[in-house]
Design a binder for this molecule. Structure first.
Ligand code: GMT
Length: 372
C-alpha cells in the first residue's frame, strides 16, 4: 500500500508513534510518505520506501496567523495526486483530521477517493480539543474520518464522554519495536551520571505542567533520603525552571541532572533503575513503555491510560495523582532490595513485550485494508 502519514515531527509521543509506525510499515513492504513541516526527529533516513514531503507556510504580512491547515491540505492533494496514495493516516486530531478532511473533499472533486484514518493521542482530546475554541471543528473532523483509533481504552472513553462521536472508536495501543532495541549494555555509560553505589532514577517528558515535574522532584527527594541515588531528567519545557528552583530549595540540586532533549533515550534508559511518571493526564504513557522495554520499573500516577501499561505490583506501582508520599515509598520498596529490583525489572520487560510492534502493526494494516 501507499500510505501518507501526517504527524507532528517533534519529540512528543504522537510524532514518535507515527514515525515508528511508518518505519515498521515500510519494513513490511509498504511505501510511506510523511507529510509534515519538518523531518520527524525519529526518522533518521529516507529511502525508496520512506519519503518526506515538507509543508511550507511562507510568511505573508497580511496574515496574523499563518494558515498551516490550508498549506497542509494543499500539500496532501499534491502528494496524493503525484504518488497515487491509497490511504491517509493522520496522528493527533488537531488540525490534522480537519486538514485531511479538506484534502479528501478536494480530491473527490477530481474523482479520487482517499480514505482517512485519524488516531487520537491524548491532549488533542483531553486538553486542547475539548476547549470550546476548537471543539466543534474537532468533533466534526473525528466524525468525518473513515476510521478512528485511540491509543488506549481510557482515551476512547474520554473521547466518548467529551465529544458527540457517531463513529466506532477502535483501540490500537502504542507499541515498541522490541527486536530493534539497542541493548548493547556494554555501551552503557552509567559511570557518567552516577557512582557505583548509587541508583539512577529517570524521568523523560516535555516538562509541561501535565507531567507534574515538581512531583518528580518531591518523589526523588524522599527516595534519595533512604536510597543513595541520582535523578536524570530528559527533555525540555516550561517547568524546568520551577523544578530547578525546588531542587535547590530541597538542597538536592547536585543530585539532579538535566540532560535536555535527546534522541538517544535508549542510552539513558539502559542504566536506569527506576522511572517516574506522576502525570496529571496521560492517555497511554509511551515514555513508560519505552522504559519498561529497557527493564526499568515504573512509579506512576494512575491517570488516564497508565494502568493499561504499568501493571500495579508487577511492572511498578500506581498511585493517585499527587500522592508523592506513596510514590516515594513504593520507589524505596523497589530500590532497597536487589532481589526485588531484579524481579520488577524482569516483569517490566515482560509486560512491555505485550506491546511489541509485530502485534500492533498488523492491526493498522487490517484497518487500512478495511478502509480501502
Ligand atoms: O505527553 C505529551 O505531552 C505528548 C503527547 C503527544 O501528543 O505527543 O503524548 C500523548 O501521546 C502519546 C502517544 O500516543 C501518549 O503516550 C501520551 O500519553 C499522550 N500524552 C498525554 O495524554 C498527556
Amino acid at each position: 500500500m501507499k500510505i501518507a502519514i501526517v504527524c507532528y515531527p517533534t519529540f512528543g509521543g504522537s510524532g514518535v508513534v507515527a514515525t515508528e509506525l511508518g518505519i515498521a510499515l515500510s519494513k513490511r513492504g509498504h511505501e510511506i510518505h510523511f507529510v509534515t513541516y519538518k523531518q520527524p526527529v525519529r526518522l533518521e533516513y529516507l529511502s525508496k520506501s520512506i519519503h518526506y514531503h515538507e509543508v511550507l507556510v511562507p510568511e505573508y504580512p497580511l496574515f496574523h496567523y499563518q494558515p498551516y491547515e490550508l498549506a497542509l491540505s494543499s500539500k496532501l492533494v499534491n502528494v496524493v495526486r503525484k504518488h497515487k496514495i491509497d490511504v491517509l493516516h493522520v496522528h493527533y486530531a488537531i488540525p490534522h483530521a480537519y486538514a485531511g478532511f479538506m484534502a479528501q473533499q478536494m480530491l473527490l472533486e477530481e474523482g479520487i477517493k482517499l480514505p482517512m484514518m485519524t488516531t487520537l493521542h491524548g491532549t488533542d482530546i483531553t486538553l486542547v480539543g475539548s476547549h470550546s475554541f476548537y471543539k466543534p471543528a474537532v468533533n466534526f473532523s473525528i466524525n468525518k474520518s473513515d476510521i478512528v483509533t485511540s491509543v488506549s481504552e481510557s482515551l476512547k472513553q474520554d473521547t466518548l464522554d467529551i465529544f458527540d462521536i457517531k463513529k466506532k472508536i477502535e483501540v490500537v495501543p502504542n507499541f515498541i519495536d522490541i527486536s530493534n532495541l539497542n541493548e548493547h549494555f556494554e555501551e552503557c555509560k552509567r559511570h557518567m551520571v552516577a557512582f557505583e553505589d548509587e541508583k539512577v532514577i529517570t524521568h523523560v517528558s516535555n516538562l509541561r505542567e501535565v507531567k507534574r515535574l515538581t512531583d518528580v522532584i518531591e518523589i526523588f527527594y524522599r527516595i534519595q533520603s533512604k536510597v543513595k541515588s541520582r535523578l536524570v531528567i530528559v527533555g525540555d519545557g516550561p517547568d524546568r525552571e520551577k523544578a530547578t528552583e525546588l531542587a535547590k530549595k530541597l538542597k538536592i540540586r547536585d543530585q539532579v541532572i538535566f540532560l535536555g532533549k535527546s534522541n538517544e533515550v535508549e542510552r539513558i534508559l539502559c542504566y536506569s533503575d527506576l522511572f517516574l511518571l506522576p502525570s496529571e493526564k496521560e492517555s497511554f504513557g509511551l515514555a513508560a513503555l519505552e522504559a519498561m522495554a529497557h527493564r526499568v520499573p515504573i512509579i506512576s500516577s494512575n491517570a488516564g491510560g497508565l494502568p493499561e501499561v504499568n501493571i500495579h505490583g508487577v511492572s511498578g506501582y500506581l498511585s493517585n495523582i499527587g500522592d508523592v508520599e506513596e510514590m516515594a515509598s513504593n520507589g524505596i520498596k523497589i530500590l532497597s532490595d536487589e532481589k526485588i529490583l531484579e524481579t520488577f525489572k524482569n516483569r517490566a520487560r515482560e509486560i512491555a513485550e505485550r506491546f511489541d510492534v509485530k502485534k500492533v502493526v498488523c492491526q493498522y494494516e487490517a484497518l487500512y485494508q478495511q478502509m480501502i
